[in-house]
Design a protein around this ligand. Structure first.
Ligand SMILES: Cc1cc2nc3c(=O)[nH]c(=O)nc-3n(C[C@H](O)[C@H](O)[C@H](O)COP(=O)(O)OP(=O)(O)OC[C@H]3O[C@@H](n4cnc5c(N)ncnc54)[C@H](O)[C@@H]3O)c2cc1C
Ligand SMILES: *[C@@H]1O[C@H](CO)[C@@H](O)[C@H](O)[C@H]1NC(C)=O
Length: 185
């Protein structure tokens, strides 16, 4: 090792060994399985959730995640707030969305269902989504679809049917004066 040429060869060799070690580790991270939760086999949602793409299908349509809520008061409060968010989201969605915006809304609705904090509600709503996938082609299509699926939940809970012709008046369409003020403030 005293010879200078031998010493520099050793340093070079050590450098390559370290570089190889780091490369192998990085490849290992890239090849690691993604932390995306997979749908449980045997749940009704997993079986029915075939409307999504093959790679994102399990993420968007897998099993409902939250536990049972039970408490009827909390369930109703949560429901009113959630429907408000959903209908207002549809009412302010672009009338002519881009492909990216359509995909965003579709994913949002599916994940809204999967993560809905009332587990038993999410389970029921998952079955509705499997049969009637979100309509994302335009604001009016999305709003009408939202009104329709809400009516399905109303029916199951023995509530009055809502007239979907009035859906544009019931929720902010995003085209009034109030909207212009919001954007400047
Ligand atoms: C995805 C989801 C699933 C649910 N699943 C269950 C469940 O399984 N079990 C359960 O007990 N509760 C469930 N709920 C809650 C339930 O739907 C109600 O929100 C809750 O019972 C309170 O009802 P509400 O009579 O105050 O009016 P909501 O149904 O909450 O409606 C709020 C307001 O929206 C308007 N509205 C009514 N129908 C429509 C419509 N079709 N389109 C647009 N606007 C409308 C009316 O002005 C109404 O007052 C769920 C809620 C959501 C968001
Ligand atoms: C049910 O939920 C309501 C509203 O969140 C809450 O005020 C009440 O204490 C809850 N009841 C029980 C028994 O947890």
């Amino acid at each position: 090792m005293a010879h200078p040429a031998a010493k520099s060869r050793f340093v070079l060799l050590a450098f390559f060994v370290i570089a190889l070690f780091l490369f192998v580790r990085l490849e290992g991270y890239r090849a690691a399985p993604s932390p995306v939760p997979q749908a449980k086999e045997g749940t009704s949602d997993a079986k029915e959730g075939t409307s999504g793409g093959s790679s994102s299908g399990a993420l968007l349509t897998g099993h409902a995640i939250a536990p049972k809520l039970g408490n009827a008061t909390a369930k109703a409060e949560l429901g009113r707030a959630a429907w408000k968010v959903l209908h207002t989201t549809f009412g302010r969605f672009p009338e002519k969305p881009t492909a990216d915006e359509k995909e965003a809304l579709r994913s949002y609705v599916h994940l809204f269902q999967r993560l809905y904090p009332c587990g038993e509600c999410a389970e029921h709503f998952g079955k509705i989504l499997a049969k009637y996938p979100p309509q994302v082609s335009s604001r009016s299509a999305a709003a009408m679809w939202g009104c329709m699926v809400h009516n399905m939940v109303n029916k199951r809970l023995k509530k009055a049917e809502f007239n979907c012709e009035n859906i544009g008046d019931a929720y902010d369409c995003g085209c009034g004066e109030e909207d212009a003020k919001d954007k400047s403030g």
